[in-house]
Design a protein around this ligand. Structure first.
Ligand code: FAD
Ligand code: SF4
Length: 396
């Protein structure tokens, strides 16, 4: 049985009741009666990550501890991959596998995840899955803003008491803020990192300007080798170097919510599964608390792991990228490819690559908020992000 939101909720126009206005990430909370709490709960109206870290993990991150500062509260971190990957998953399918194990072992009665609509593989359709098949049908990223929380009302109506929610940072911040109102006995949160998300129309523009065959793309990822990897319907892979992206055409493609987000690493999830702190081909696991460890333990016999490592120094590359992005510099393809090869050889690796990506996005986003929403800058940018940004010289 799949639980999907009521049509009325879906039919509401985004702009008609979204107090965060243009910064709204369409997390779905405002499609439910929990909209009542929006001023408190919305990640873009009331940034409250340290308080919610305390509520969720028992402490907020230690700003003097470098890994905490960057990756949030955690008790373990590693690289992992499934020994038998799920075909068609975003990476090796660790997220879907954990969700299926939790459901089949009776730890939860339902899983909030996001499938796609029948006629569009990239159009998100949030559901509460109650069978392994429904979870599997939600595999792979829908690289678009997704109203995952729009199904929250159904949780209460269905009488479920134990729930797993899979989601990205802005969805999880709002979820944590209303968690106590959901009437649950147990909530588990499996998060992914997230950055540079787009609306469905924005995604089309990105595909049209970047891929050789936009209509056949089934999947893409910005990977640790400084290339965007597009996988096509025929199984072929297309690589486009980061430095060759048509920045001048793409600058306004990312959603304003993502240009003002400082929760890349999903600070409030129990367990985070991404890729950016791991070697190429591996997934990056951050266990934030005991619930996260409990979830990871379920798949220990299905994954291989290795310790995280860190190599290189990102600072110069980040500093150089700030004015280049600001001026929307686009390199000719031959130069972009060459630069990609050089950086891949000598550039940051492992956790240092993750720090490179966090620094680049936080400096860009800090400038975006400062220029477009100066009145929000002080409250909206968390202290850990201010400290990260302060390492760099920013243009006005
Ligand atoms: P799968 O088993 O394929 O499962 C994917 C899960 O993602 C599904 O359960 C589905 O419900 C959920 N999902 C799909 N689309 C969305 C969406 N739009 N919103 C919320 N949930 C969704 N990792 C990084 O390290 N760095 C990044 O910059 C980064 N950016 C990301 C951006 C987006 C929009 C998303 C959704 C994920 C991003 N990730 C990032 C995480 C990474 O791409 C993989 O999703 C993660 O490693 C899990 O892979 P998997 O094979 O285990 O997932
Ligand atoms: Fe509502 Fe979520 Fe948009 Fe904030 S981001 S206005 S909580 S739908």
């Amino acid at each position: 049985m799949t639980l999907v939101p009521h049509k009325k909720a879906k039919a509401l126009k985004p702009s008609s009741r979204r107090p965060a206005k243009e910064l709204c990430s369409e997390c779905g909370l405002c499609d439910t009666y929990y909209i009542h709490y929006v001023k408190e709960a919305c990640a873009f109206i009331n940034q409250q990550i340290p308080n919610l870290e305390e509520q969720t993990h028992g402490r907020s991150r230690d700003l003097e501890q470098s890994d905490d500062l960057y990756f949030g509260v955690h008790q373990d971190m590693m690289a992992a991959r499934k020994t038998e990957p799920i075909p068609g998953a975003q990476w090796t399918g660790i997220v879907s596998t954990i969700a299926i194990e939790m459901l089949t072992r009776g730890m939860v009665e339902g899983v909030v995840c996001v499938q796609n609509t029948e006629d569009d593989r990239f159009q998100p359709k949030p559901i509460i899955a109650t069978t392994p098949e429904e979870i599997l049908a939600a595999k792979v990223n829908k690289p678009t803003l997704s109203p995952n929380l729009s199904v929250l009302e159904l949780v209460e109506q269905s009488g479920m008491k134990r729930l797993l929610v899979i989601g990205v940072g802005c969805q999880i911040q709002a979820l944590r803020a209303v968690e106590k109102k959901l009437g649950l006995e147990k909530l588990y949160v499996l998060g992914t990192p997230c950055t540079d998300n787009v609306t469905r129309a924005g995604l089309q523009k990105f595909l049209d300007t970047t891929s050789r065959s936009p209509e056949t793309v089934v999947y893409y990822e910005f990977m640790q080798d400084f290339n965007v990897h597009f996988k096509h319907e025929d199984g072929s892979t297309e690589l486009v170097p980061f430095f060759g992206l048509k920045t001048n055409q793409l600058k306004d493609v990312f959603a304003p919510s993502c240009l003002s987000c400082f929760d890349y690493v999903n600070s409030l999830a129990d367990l985070v599964v991404g890729y950016m702190g791991a070697p190429f081909g591996w997934q990056w696991i951050v266990v934030r608390n005991d619930r996260g460890q409990e979830m990871l333990d379920l798949v220990q016999d299905k994954i291989e792991t290795q310790p995280v490592t860190s190599k290189g120094d990102r600072h110069q590359a980040v500093q150089q990228s700030i004015p280049a992005y600001d001026k929307a510099v686009t390199l000719p393809m031959w130069a972009a490819k060459l630069m990609g090869v050089v950086i891949e050889k000598i550039g940051p690796k492992g956790l240092e690559y993750a720090r490179f990506s966090i620094d680049s996005h936080f400096t860009r986003n800090y400038l975006y908020v400062k220029r477009n929403h100066p009145e929000k800058l002080e409250q909206h940018v968390p202290d850990y992000a201010k400290r990260i940004v302060s390492q760099y010289k920013l243009p006005e």
